[in-house]
Design a protein around this ligand. Structure first.
Ligand code: C5P
Length: 400
């Protein structure tokens, strides 16, 4: 299976004579199973018509940053988030200079600034322009920032000269793009993980929450990304920064987490519910800050929806992994939760022990599934997460 299978590619075409070769590139990407959205700069439209790209990609071509209609369909930020990879082919000297300086005055440059996806650049220009110190300098800076280059090739140029500056062959660009997606244990799989606590408002400034730091869920997101999965992290409020190559959606309350999960769960292969979701929320949070008085205060709490159980109740549920934080009868409670919530796997940890679980850097897990179990001895959450992802990969391959 191609590494680009089911990958979402934003192809930026800038204004050079090699733009016609980008048509062939769209075809190669689609042959490899990728979905392609094409963005053209104004200059690119002087070389190739947008209809050709539209026909080959089967998607409308994006050209304007501030086109209200296009923004309504898929705005620049949405497109930036949609991308698993952004390919700029051909990339002119001018575009590389603008990318280096972080300009955001058109759709193509803005997208490159707004995306967390890897950016692959295939330069194409006159050989003297490629060898010019300014371009050499721009290339070096862009490489330091993690932008990946493919080509240019050397040979006869449209301007009549011979030398470096021809756009890399479409097949080479596809291969370079594929190489950015590691063929790990979870390559080609989409995994969603919830992490952190939720906050349930009492009034505009107060809330009910719990001690979860989010560290375990974030470590799982990172381990899954390292294993080649496409990772969606739905996170309650934490102080952690998102691991690289992970799409993070930030939420506050259990209700918001439920909506964020349900919006995409039918498109994921694996769901890991690591969040410490509040079991209750305040039925009627006050609209204004509550004033202090000397009477006792009663809050009516109402149960939140169980996200994990709603996921396993889907018609075709993903491989579902739950967590069980227990203060007593750990294994017995975890086994019954495995069955009650129709899970494929559950990771149980004893809470209330100094140095383990909530808000600490270490953890110890008992991982249970139908017909098996494994103890993951105390280690850092990063190590535990990698071991857990190994078990998930094994079990979900044997289920598939
Ligand atoms: O039943 P209990 O809350 O102990 O189950 C814990 C598991 O269920 C965890 O995986 C947690 O993320 C998930 N959960 C959920 N939605 C809730 C409550 C718990 O997804 N509202």
């Amino acid at each position: 299976m191609s590494r680009l299978n089911k990958k979402r590619v934003v192809l930026i075409v800038t204004g050079g004579i090699a733009a016609y070769k980008a048509l062939e590139l769209v075809r190669c990407l689609r042959d490899d199973g990728a979905a392609v959205n094409v963005v053209m700069t104004a200059a690119a439209e002087h070389f190739v018509g947008r209809l050709s790209f539209q026909a080959l990609s089967s998607e409308p071509v994006h050209t304007d940053l501030l086109d209200a209609r296009a923004e309504g369909a898929m705005g620049h930020i949405e497109l930036a988030r949609w991308a698993d990879i952004v390919i700029v082919a051909p990339a002119t000297a001018d575009f590389m200079a603008r990318l280096r300086h972080g300009l955001a005055d058109d759709l193509a440059t803005t997208l490159c600034l707004a995306t967390v996806a890897p950016i692959l650049v295939a330069p194409a220009m006159n050989r003297q322009m490629w060898l010019n110190a300014a371009t050499v300098d721009n290339t070096a800076v862009l490489k330091i920032r993690g932008i990946v280059f493919v080509g240019p090739d050397a040979g006869a140029q449209a301007c009549g000269e011979t030398g470096p500056g021809r756009m890399a062959l479409p097949a080479d660009i596809v291969a370079a793009a594929g190489a950015l997606f590691p063929a790990g244990m979870l390559a080609g799989r989409r995994l969603m993980v919830t992490a952190g606590p939720t906050r349930e408002a009492i009034d505009p400034v107060r809330y009910i929450s719990n001690k979860s730091s989010g560290k375990m869920g974030y470590a799982i997101a990172q381990a899954a990304a390292e294993a080649g999965a496409e990772v969606i992290l739905v996170s309650g409020p934490t102080r952690l920064s998102s691991p690289v190559r992970v799409h993070r959606t930030a939420v506050i309350s259990a209700d918001e987490m439920y909506d964020a999960v349900m919006a995409v769960v039918d498109d994921v292969d694996i769901f890991v519910a690591c969040a410490a979701v509040a079991d209750y929320r305040v039925e009627a949070p006050a609209q204004q800050k509550r004033k202090k008085d000397n009477h006792s205060l009663n809050l009516t709490l109402t149960p939140t929806r169980d996200i994990l159980q709603s996921v396993t109740a889907r018609p075709t549920p993903p491989f579902a992994v739950g967590f069980a934080a227990e203060t007593e009868d750990l294994l017995q409670n975890a086994r019954s939760k495995l069955e009650r919530k129709s899970l494929d796997m559950i990771a149980a940890n004893q809470v209330g022990i100094e140095g383990l679980g909530f808000d600490s850097n270490d953890n110890e897990l008992y991982v249970l599934w139908k017909g098996g179990e494994q103890h993951l001895a105390k280690a850092s959450k990063d190590v535990i997460a990698r071991q857990l992802i190994g078990l998930v990969a094994d079990r979900c391959h044997s289920r598939a």
